[in-house]
Design a binder for this molecule. Structure first.
Ligand SMILES: [Zn+2]
Length: 511
C-alpha cells in the first residue's frame, strides 16, 4: 500500500511536471513557475546593463532570480526559450514616470511593459501621493504588472504644512515641519525627494527650504529628483541653484528631463554640460535624465515665467521664446475640448484673434473652470538633445506613464534604441541599455536590479535590435512600439509577443 502510494505520487509529480512544462511553454504564459521550475533563455545576445559589449550566451531564471548566465545547456525537462537574434537585457527602469492614476485604470500597464519598462518610479516633479505609507499599502494590496517605487513630493509636503497659504516663502517653523514630514515619508519607504519648482506650489519655495528637506532625505539614504525652477531663459541660474542644493544637503541628484526649452538658450547644451561636469569633478553626485523628444508636455501657464498670464507683453515674449505660436499645441482642455490637438496659431486664426489674445482667452476660460489647458511645446532642438544623450551621466526616462497625451508615454525606450542607437548612431547599443538599466539602478541604490548577474532579480527584456522602434505620435500617443518581444518582471512573463500575459507580479520597492 505504501509502495503504491509512493508510486502514485511519483507518477502524479511526473505528470504535473510534464504538464506544467507544456503549460508554461504553450498554453498559459502567466502560469506561475513552481518553485522547482527553471527557465533557460538560449542563444541570446546578453547585454548586462553595465555598458560592456554584448556577448552570446544563455541565462537561467529560477523563481524571481537569475541563477546563472553564460554558456549553459538545458537540463532534462527544463523549459527553454530560444532567443536567437534577440538582445536580452535587464528590464528598463523609468526613474521619472507619471502613472499614479494609470496604475489603477490599467494595472497591466500595457504601454509601459510594451516598451520593456519593468520598474516605474512615481511621484516626480514634487507631487506624490500622501501619506506614502497608505499609498504603498494600497498598491501592495492591488499589484500591477510592473514594479513601482515612490518619491516624497516637495510640493505635496509643502501643501500639508502651508495649506492654501503657499504663495510665499515658508517660515522657519514651517520648514521644520516640512523636514519632519520628509523624515516620515522616507521612513515609510519613499526613495527620495522630488521637486517641481516651475509649478505653482513649488515655485514659492526658497533654496533654504529645499536644502533643509533634501538634507532630511539624504540622511535617510534618499536622492533628490528635481524639475528645476526654469528650463528656459534662466536655465543656467536654475542649474546653479540645483548644484547648490546638492552641495549643501550632500545629496545625490537626478536632474529631471534635462532640456533647454527656449530660443534664447538653444544651442547652449555644451555650456550647460560644462557647468555640470565642473560640479561633478568637485564631487557633486549629479545625474540627469532626458526624454528623447523635441517637445515637452505640461500646463499652459509654465511658458510665462513671470506669472503675468494676462499681460500681453509677457505672453508675447513667452510665445516668441518658444519659437512661435505654432510651437504650442493644446492636448487637453475640459472647458473647450474643440481646442484640443490644435496649435495656438491655428486657434488664433480660426477665432480671428492674435495668438497673444488667443492665449489669454484660454487662460481665462481655464481659470473660470479652475483648470489649466494641457499643452505640448515644440521648443527643443536636436543638437542639444544629442549632446545631452552623449553624456555618460544622462539616463533615459520617459516623464510619461500610462495614458499620457505625449508620445513619450508609450514610446521613450524603443525610440532611443531604434532612433538614437540604430538609426542616428549617437550611442552604442550597450551604452543605450546602460542608460536604461544600471545607471538608474545606481541612482536608486539598487544592486540587484538593472544588471544581468548571478543572483540578481529577473527583471528582463528581450528585444529585436534590428526592428525595435516607437510608433506613438503626437496624433496617436498610445500607439505601441514594435520589437519588444518578451518582458519578465520578478521572473514572471508579463509581455509576450505583442500582448500582456495578464500577470501582475510587480512589487512596491521601498528604500
Ligand atoms: Zn517635470
Amino acid at each position: 500500500m505504501q509502495n503504491l502510494c509512493r508510486t502514485l505520487s511519483w507518477l502524479a509529480l511526473a505528470l504535473l511536471l510534464a504538464f506544467s512544462t507544456v503549460l508554461a511553454l504553450h498554453a498559459s504564459p502567466n502560469a506561475k513557475p513552481t518553485d522547482d521550475a527553471t527557465l533557460l533563455i538560449l542563444n541570446a545576445q546578453l547585454a548586462d546593463g553595465t555598458g560592456a559589449p554584448l556577448r552570446e550566451g544563455a541565462l537561467r531564471i529560477h523563481g524571481n532570480r537569475i541563477v546563472s548566465l553564460g554558456k549553459l545547456s538545458p537540463t532534462s525537462g527544463e523549459r527553454v526559450l530560444d532567443a536567437h537574434g534577440l538582445v536580452l537585457a535587464p528590464g528598463f527602469i523609468d526613474i521619472h514616470n507619471h502613472s499614479l492614476d494609470g496604475l489603477d485604470s490599467d494595472p497591466l500597464a500595457e504601454t509601459q511593459i510594451a516598451q520593456g519598462i519593468t520598474t516605474a518610479v512615481q511621484g516626480p516633479d514634487g507631487e506624490s501621493p500622501w501619506p506614502i505609507a497608505d499609498w504603498i499599502a494600497a498598491r501592495r494590496k492591488n499589484p500591477v504588472a510592473i514594479n513601482v517605487a515612490v518619491f516624497a513630493g516637495h510640493a505635496t509636503i509643502r501643501e500639508q504644512v502651508m495649506g492654501k497659504d503657499f504663495k510665499r516663502v515658508a517660515t522657519q517653523p514651517e520648514i521644520e515641519k516640512m523636514v519632519q514630514l520628509t523624515w516620515q515619508a522616507m521612513n515609510e519607504g519613499a526613495i527620495g525627494l522630488s521637486s517641481g519648482l516651475e509649478y505653482e506650489v513649488g515655485s514659492y519655495s526658497n533654496t533654504a527650504e529645499l536644502v533643509a528637506m533634501a538634507r532630511a532625505a539624504a540622511e535617510h539614504g534618499g536622492f533628490y529628483s528635481t524639475h528645476i525652477r526654469d528650463e528656459a531663459d534662466k536655465a543656467f541660474d536654475a542649474l546653479l541653484e540645483e548644484i547648490e542644493i546638492a552641495d549643501q544637503a550632500h545629496i545625490p541628484v537626478d536632474h529631471s528631463h534635462i532640456k533647454l526649452g527656449t530660443v534664447g538658450v538653444w544651442g547652449k547644451a555644451n555650456e550647460y554640460i560644462r557647468v555640470i561636469n565642473e560640479a561633478r569633478a568637485r564631487g557633486v553626485d549629479f545625474l540627469a535624465d532626458c526624454y528623447p523628444y523635441e517637445a515637452w508636455h505640461s500646463n499652459i501657464k509654465v511658458i510665462v515665467p513671470d506669472k503675468q498670464y494676462e499681460n500681453p507683453k509677457s505672453v508675447a515674449k513667452a510665445i516668441a521664446d518658444l519659437g512661435g505660436p505654432d510651437h504650442l499645441t493644446i492636448t487637453a482642455f475640459k472647458p473647450n475640448p474643440s481646442y484640443e490637438r490644435h496649435n495656438l496659431a491655428q486657434l488664433a486664426k480660426s477665432n480671428k484673434l492674435s495668438p497673444v489674445d488667443m492665449y489669454i482667452r484660454i487662460i481665462r476660460e481655464g481659470d473660470a473652470a479652475n483648470t489649466e489647458a494641457g499643452v505640448i511645446g515644440h521648443s527643443m532642438i536636436e543638437s542639444d538633445i544629442k549632446a545631452f544623450y552623449q553624456q555618460p551621466w544622462v539616463m533615459v526616462a520617459s516623464d510619461g506613464g500610462i495614458g499620457i497625451g505625449h508620445p513619450r508615454g508609450a514610446g521613450t525606450f524603443p525610440r532611443v534604441l531604434g532612433r538614437f542607437v540604430r538609426e542616428k548612431r549617437w550611442l552604442s547599443l550597450p551604452d543605450g541599455i546602460r542608460k536604461m538599466t544600471s545607471l538608474p539602478a545606481h541612482r536608486l541604490n539598487w544592486t540587484d536590479r538593472g544588471i544581468l548577474k548571478e543572483g540578481a532579480i529577473a527583471d528582463l527584456v528581450l528585444f529585436d535590435p534590428a526592428t525595435v522602434l516607437d510608433r506613438s505620435t503626437f496624433e496617436k500617443p498610445q500607439e505601441l512600439p514594435i520589437g519588444i518581444e518578451r518582458v519578465f518582471v520578478n521572473g514572471q512573463l508579463v509581455w509576450d509577443s505583442g500582448k500582456p500575459t495578464g500577470a501582475r507580479p510587480g512589487l512596491v520597492i521601498t528604500r
